[in-house]
Design a protein around this ligand. Structure first.
Ligand code: AMP
Length: 188
């Protein structure tokens, strides 16, 4: 099974991605983690994206697509992928649809983690104390939420129209969210 996980920053994509990939045996591929690894390794891509990530902006489509595509194709040839944080815009979704159509690895379901805005900010600030991520500060959080509303939220309607969307109330504790996702996927 191939699954996409979308949601605003702080909605629990990383946590739910880990749990679902464990439970379903899928390969968890996080776009944010791949980008942070590039920054940490000081690669040409890392140097290009660092300031964008720091500002809470999206990195260019071609860069993120080039990083995600091969691992996603490899995962789909095996147990299936769980993509977390990608696609993040309708343009990226169209690119995925094109590439997935070429090699026959379309997603079977899209999970949207929905959380109230004030709860998101509370969670991100709590995470900042534990993880110390450079982009978990009040100014960048505002920018990331705005980018989510403008670029990523249209994906919800996009996938709903295609009959792929499962909207999950992620304003609950992590166990309840996982249970709701598994039920939506028909595996609970
Ligand atoms: P995340 O860990 O998913 O919150 O992503 C951290 C940052 O990485 C985002 O704020 C963006 O700067 C960048 N990023 C992650 N995924 C994407 C994507 N699909 N498209 C563009 N930029 C991305």
């Amino acid at each position: 099974m191939n699954v996409l996980l979308i949601g605003p920053p702080g909605s629990g994509k990383g946590t739910q991605g880990d749990r679902l990939s464990d439970r379903l045996g899928l390969v968890h591929i996080s776009s944010g983690d791949l980008l942070r690894a590039e920054v940490e390794a000081g690669t040409a891509i890392g140097r290009k994206v660092e300031h964008l990530m720091h500002a809470g902006e999206l990195v260019p489509d071609l860069i993120i697509i080039s990083l995600m595509l091969r691992p996603a194709i490899e995962a789909a040839e095996g147990p299936g992928y769980l993509l977390d944080g990608f696609p993040r815009s309708v343009e990226q979704a169209e690119a995925v649809r094109y590439a997935a159509g070429q090699v026959g690895i379309a997603p079977a379901a899209v999970i949207y983690l929905d959380v109230a805005r004030d709860e998101l900010v509370r969670r991100i600030l709590a995470r900042a104390e534990v993880e110390g991520r450079a982009d978990d500060n009040p100014e960048t959080i505002r920018a990331r939420l705005q980018v989510f509303d403008e670029a990523t939220l249209p994906l919800v309607a996009h996938y709903r129209e295609r009959g792929l969307l499962h909207e999950i109330n992620a304003d609950q504790d992590a166990d309840a969210v996982t249970a709701e996702i598994l039920k939506a996927l028909g595996v609970a």
